[in-house]
Design a protein around this ligand. Structure first.
Ligand SMILES: CC1=C(CCC(=O)O)c2cc3nc(cc4[nH]c(cc5[nH]c(cc1n2)c(C)c5CCC(=O)O)c(CCC(=O)O)c4C)C(CCC(=O)O)=C3C
Ligand SMILES: [Fe+2]
Length: 375
């Protein structure tokens, strides 16, 4: 076994995810949790409920997080990193508040959070931090002594996040019929968000014109496309496109939608498309429904051959990347010298979200950032 790795000052890692229903009876209460106070139209909720019922009311996200937990624990054990790993969700059991309460009961005082979202945005970063603050407030009201909570930096440009997706795109290309393969386009997809929240994503200096959200996705997409070109010797044209739009129709969200994009490519004579969902960490409902069901049906209707490439899920290289990020952050917090690992043009993301990062429309306390009301 190699020398033991040091996570000091941290005494636990918390996998913080979205959560999802595990049966038909969970679907409506889950959607109520997700949308509380968020003004999502009723029709959209009914429609999204149907997506879940189509799959027996079960989201794959929880099993995927269980697999990621196993992969993390195995990787840490194999590398002598003695750090317990917990799991809590924002919108379904195991709930974040319950997990944090258990962590406090087990004496955890300094917690590092891994969110299952790789990019900056209100929905992908600050909302997680707001939920952390909400749970800490609950524990404080219960008279518990609060642990200190930090969040790992965005990992969209970490090689351990990109490499499994590069392999996934290569595999999808290889899986296309040979006569259309060379002309295939790559459609990198991510969750659409309101333009206004994209424009204010990330630190204040990134605000404007898609903000850090779009910049980070473009960097990840380019890195993947470059690696694919290097490997295949073919220059597959690529574009960043969006999926899973919700919200009122008159409010502008990031476009084009993947289905419109497929139509446009088909109209332009493109012979095949690989859809690569780089915005998501695992094949959860957005991937299973919006891509594998809806976008594939659109492609079928057009007679356009498409493949959907893999997300990182519980890939051992992703687990190794998380271990490296934990060790890196522990060194930084201990004042030791460390070279953060990141590919691409943007460099390693900030460790601590600065004041003004990914602001909410209605300000709420958020933990694990420079504006946290908690130590
Ligand atoms: C950027 C982003 C990510 C990626 C980062 C991350 O992973 O965090 C993400 C992930 C996810 N989103 C998920 C589910 C939902 N998201 C919704 C609504 C919304 N998401 C938004 C953004 C994002 N969402 C936004 C701007 C809204 C509109 C309303 C609002 O501002 O809140 C709604 C309500 C109905 C609807 O409008 O679709 C549901 C049910 C699930 C679970 C899937 C499963 O169960 O397998 C996951 C992983
Ligand atoms: Fe942020």
């Amino acid at each position: 076994m190699p020398d033991a790795l040091d996570a000091h000052p941290y005494d636990a890692l918390l996998l913080l995810s979205f959560g999802g229903p595990e049966g038909p009876d969970d679907v409506v209460p889950f959607l109520e949790n997700v949308t509380r106070g968020r003004g999502i139209p009723k029709e959209r909720l009914k429609e999204v409920g149907q997506h879940y019922f189509l799959f027996g009311g079960v989201s794959p996200i929880n099993d995927q997080n269980r697999a990621l937990l196993d992969a993390l624990r195995k990787d840490f054990a194999d590398h002598g990193l003695d750090l317990p790993v917990y799991w809590g969700n924002r919108n379904w059991a195991p709930y974040l508040t319950d997990t944090l309460r258990e962590m406090v009961a087990e004496g955890r005082r300094r917690i590092l959070v891994l969110a299952t979202s790789a990019y900056a945005s209100y929905s992908g970063c600050r909302q997680y931090r707001e939920n952390l603050a909400g749970s800490l407030a609950t524990l404080q009201a219960e008279g518990l002594e609060l642990p200190r909570v930090d969040k790992l930096r965005h990992y969209f440009n970490h090689p351990g996040f990109l490499q499994p997706m590069i392999d996934g795109v290569l595999k999808s290309l290889a899986d296309l019929p040979e006569d259309v393969r060379a002309g295939a386009h790559l459609a990198f997809t991510t969750h659409s968000i309101p333009n206004a929240s994209a424009d204010t994503s990330g630190p204040v200096e990134d605000h404007g014109d898609g903000g850090a959200y779009v910049k980070q996705h473009l960097d990840a997409a380019r890195l993947i496309a470059d690696a694919v070109r290097e490997k295949t010797g073919t220059d597959h044209p690529w574009q960043l496109v969006y999926q899973s739009r919700s919200g009122a129709p008159h409010i502008p969200w990031l476009e084009p939608d993947i289905c419109d994009h497929l139509e446009e490519l088909h109209g332009a004579g493109v012979p095949a498309v690989v859809m690569a969902p780089i915005g998501f960490v695992s094949d959860h409902m957005e991937v299973m429904y919006d891509l594998d069901t809806e976008a594939k049906a659109k492609a079928e209707e057009l007679g356009l051959p498409v493949r959907r490439s893999a997300t990182v899920g519980a890939d051992p290289r992703f687990a190794a990347a998380i271990r490296e990020l934990v060790v890196e952050r522990a060194a930084t917090e201990s004042g030791r010298d460390v070279k953060p690992c990141a590919l691409g043009d943007l460099g390693p993301s900030h460790d601590v979200c600065p004041v003004g990062c990914c602001p909410a429309r209605a300000p709420k306390p958020a933990a694990a950032g420079a504006d946290s009301p908690y130590a």
